[in-house]
Design a protein around this ligand. Sequence first.
Ligand code: BTN
Length: 237
Amino acid sequence: MKELFFDTIDSTNTYLKAHYEQLEDQTFVRADLQTAGKGRSGRKWTASKGKNLTFSLLIKDEKVMEKFASLSVLSAYSVLESMKKIGLKDLSIKWPNDVYVKDAKICGILLEAVSKAKMEALIIGIGINVNEEDFATGLLHEPTSMKKQLHEDVDIGSFKDVVYDKLIQTVEKLKSGCDLYEEVKAYDYLKGKEVYCRIGDEKKKVKVLGIGEDYSLKVLWQGKELSLFSDEVTFHL
Ligand code: BTN
């Protein structure tokens, strides 16, 4: 495992996209501040300098890249387990890529693939709200942070070590063919909820059956079971 750290960078995902060829598999890139942090669906990811954990992990191993469909959920699971280890409660995974505390988001994940004729690399970008206190998002559901949950500052350096270790453990398990589905399904935030999802141009109200063994989201729509894959859908609770 190799670690790079930047005081300020545009985006750790963008950095890995530009430099993946020269970097080894399982390189972590972390920054105290991103000036052009990226979220899902073209959104921005903003986080105050030095108060959060913002990093990306480079995957170049073919066996792991093959498990593309499971990686968002399994990365979220790794973050969740790391948070649990230091005392956070009421954690769940909101398929396909967020960690929640009750109904509040605490971590977002952006998985990006670099492909030419075939997939060359996967970049797992992770933003964790650690000591952030003031979100000022104007969102209906205010996000939360580890500090807000634990009522004390969290040492970012030590927590980073816990998360990196857990992610590498998960990646190594995937490589050896080990399945983590049973562990993951216990933390399914959307299971049983009725949600609106946009599939292509259509907005559908569906009942969520839960994360499936193939890591797609199984939903019921007009009596039919559908499998949703993360690139196709956005959700509104
Ligand atoms: C989301 O919830 O929309 C995904 C957010 C992902 C943010 C992380 S922060 C580190 C990495 N670099 C980025 O530009 N984005 C991801």
